[in-house]
Every structure is written in structure tokens, then in C-alpha cells.
Design a protein around this ligand. Structure first.
Ligand code: TMP
Length: 208
């Protein structure tokens, strides 16, 4: 049996990642692909609860400490993710290490330091970057509820994302209608699935 694909959604806050990743899992499942949604931060674990308290401004942590907690929250999920991929389950992941680096680097921590704890995580096969200018994101419902939802900061975060893009990434215009975005993402995903079927690649390691 071929392993599952690792499809990642990244983007600034309120870019529609959660809507689109959920829709992608539904559509894949309906078309007979074994697919599962994974979200980072996973706020259900002990580490995730500390992250949630920080994001909702109930506790304070240094920039370095929260960065390492986000990374630990991914490492604690690696065993399950690898097992799922090995069992042929396609993982649709909402945020990952690129968010980790983009948000912490936007606080002026160095790229090298930010990347280090995530080196060796399972690497995504395809990354969809839902691109929205923070001025447009700010008009969306609920914006500003959490610690990072501030215009100038999000502009910095968006710049940091752009510096990490490579051939595995596709930039998707997040201002289009949800249906249009979904269609574009389905087309890109189907191409990736077909390519993987024709020439399966082993699971990669991030930043190695
Ligand atoms: P969420 O809104 O997707 O649940 O993400 C919560 C916030 O945490 C969001 O502003 C992005 C930020 N974040 C980081 O700063 N580092 C990380 O590693 C991750 C996954 C998210």
C-alpha cells in the first residue's frame, strides 16, 4: 500500500485555512481517499493547553519559551502522523513549523534559531499558502481576539512566510470565494495524488 500524502495549509491569521482544510478532507473522503485533518497548535494536549493560555493572554511566556512549546506540540504528534502516513492516510494539516518560524521570526528571533527545534520533523509533500493581505484579514469576523492578530505584526509574518517558500508551495489567493479556492485546491491536490501514485516518494525530513 502506498503511504499517504502530507498536505499542509499555511497562511496569516484569518486567511481561511481552517475552512479550506476541513473542506479538502471532506471532499477527499467523499472521493474515496482516506484522509484526516490535523491542526497545529493542537490545544487538547498538556503542551497545547499552555499554548492556548498564552494565545488567549491568560499567561505570559518569553518569546523563546512559547516558540519551543509550539515545536514540542508538533514533536508530540510525530509518532501518530508517521503511523497514519504509513497506513495510507493522507494528512491535511492546518499550520506547521513554517508558522512556528514565521511568527517567531516576526518577533525578531533569528531564522536559524527558530528553525532548529523543528529540524527533522516529517516534511510536507505539498504546501498551500492562503495569501491574504492583513488589511483584508482584519475585516473578517473575530479578528483581534488572539495575541498575534495585529496588523503590523501580521504584515511581518507574511513577509517571513514568503522567504521560506520553495517548489513544494503554491500561493492561493485567499480573497477569492471559498468555492473557487476549494476548486483550485482540489485541482492541485489531485495532481499531487496522481504524481504520488505514479512515483511514490519516501516520507521526507524537514530542513535536513
Ligand atoms: P490558529 O489560529 O491556527 O489556532 O493558530 C494560533 C496562533 O498561533 C496563530 O496566530 C499562529 C500562531 N502560531 C505560532 O506562533 N507558532 C506556531 O508554531 C503555530 C503552529 C501557530
Amino acid at each position: 500500500m502506498a503511504r499517504g500524502l502530507f498536505i499542509l495549509f499555511e497562511g496569516c491569521d484569518r486567511s481561511g485555512k481552517t475552512t479550506q482544510s476541513t473542506r479538502l478532507v471532506q471532499a477527499l473522503t467523499e472521493s474515496g481517499v482516506n484522509a484526516k485533518l490535523v491542526k497545529f497548535p493542537d490545544r487538547t494536549t498538556a503542551i497545547g493547553k499552555m499554548i492556548d493560555a498564552y494565545l488567549t493572554q491568560k499567561t505570559q511566556l518569553s518569546d523563546e519559551a512559547i516558540h519551543l512549546l509550539f515545536s514540542a506540540n508538533r514533536w508530540e504528534a510525530m509518532h501518530q502522523m508517521r503511523t497514519d502516513l504509513d497506513n495510507g492516510i493522507t494528512l491535511v494539516v492546518d499550520r506547521y513549523a513554517f508558522s512556528g518560524v514565521a511568527f517567531s521570526a516576526a518577533k525578531k528571533l533569528s531564522f536559524k534559531w527558530c528553525k532548529a527545534p523543528d529540524v527533522g520533523l516529517i516534511a510536507p509533500d505539498r504546501v498551500f499558502f492562503l495569501d491574504i493581505h492583513p488589511d483584508d484579514a482584519a475585516k473578517r469576523d473575530g479578528y483581534g481576539d488572539e495575541i498575534y492578530e495585529k496588523r503590523e505584526f501580521q504584515i511581518e509574518v507574511r513577509v517571513k512566510f514568503f522567504t521560506m517558500m520553495d517548489a513544494a508551495w503554491s500561493i492561493v489567493d485567499a480573497l477569492k470565494s471559498p468555492d473557487e479556492i476549494h476548486r483550485q485546491i482540489m485541482a492541485l491536490t489531485n495532481t499531487a495524488l496522481k504524481r504520488h501514485e505514479d512515483a511514490p516518494a519516501p516520507i521526507g525530513k524537514l530542513w535536513t
